[in-house]
Design a protein around this ligand. Structure first.
Ligand code: FE2
Length: 250
């Protein structure tokens, strides 16, 4: 029933997913969470890190309880289906301190922090944020890097990577044809190795479902099975293992 359409994605790990119901703009209820998880499993994912948006004053213990319930739901879909908890955090100056005090969550208890910015934020703001997180011994993983217009300028993604950040783009942003500037940018970054993480950023089954097929087909064709395995399994596995992924370009 859950034959993976994308063979290359079997064992895939999704590090960015709004699958916990009713805590942010993601899944609207348990029914939708179940549909999202089933759909992701069908595409080959075997581990999903639930990353609801950070909100100040959020009850993190409650979030963990919801993640535990989600984990039970995943196990009812398939016994080899795992759930972990993290957060997607809009960067703010006190974030390193908040993380240290346990007021916000890293990805699956690792040192990796899924952090986002506003699309129009300046490069100097993002660069400074990367340095601050790094200085506090965290590893910044920039959520949907394709959104930040300042990164379209030549050399800037490389500069961030060399400064200690990892960049994540959404699977869907690799799809849709090479005439789109955003798609072209994403493909170039993946090919050059500045982007080493892909994720679904799934929110719902209508406008933002897990949608990996076209991206996976493109990666397989342009980069081969080995690189595909790195992008969908090995690199995210190093996050789950809390291992440092060297900041090298391919
Ligand atoms: Fe997100």
């Amino acid at each position: 029933m859950f034959e993976a359409a994308n063979q290359g994605l079997v064992g895939g790990i999704d590090l960015h997913a709004h699958v916990i119901p009713e805590v942010d703009d993601g899944a609207g209820g348990w029914e939708e969470s179940a549909r999202l998880l089933r759909c992701a499993y069908g595409q080959g994912f075997r581990h999903v890190v639930a990353t609801p948006h950070f909100r100040e004053g959020q009850n993190l213990q409650r979030l963990q309880e919801l993640a535990d319930r989600l984990s039970g739901l995943a196990k009812s879909i398939a016994t080899d289906y795992e759930i972990s908890l993290g957060q997607e955090i809009m960067y703010f100056e006190e974030l390193p301190e908040t993380l240290r005090e346990g007021g916000a969550l890293t990805l699956a208890k690792s040192r990796y922090v899924l952090t986002e910015f506003l699309p129009g934020d300046s490069f100097s703001r993002i660069y400074r944020a990367v340095r601050q997180l790094q200085h506090a011994s965290y590893i910044p993983l920039l959520a949907h890097a394709e959104r930040y217009l300042c990164l379209r300028e030549r050399g800037r993604p490389e500069l961030l990577v060399q400064s200690g950040a990892h960049l994540q783009v959404n699977f869907r942003s690799l799809a849709g044809g090479g005439s789109d500037r955003r798609v072209r940018w994403c493909r170039k970054q993946v090919l050059s190795g500045t982007v080493r993480f892909l994720a679904t950023d799934m929110h719902n089954m209508t406008a933002r479902p897990p949608d990996t097929e076209e991206a996976v087909r493109w990666i397989r064709r342009r980069m081969g099975e080995e690189q595909l395995a790195r992008l969908v399994r090995e690199n995210p596995q190093s996050v789950l293992n809390n291992q440092i992924l060297p900041h090298r370009l391919i």
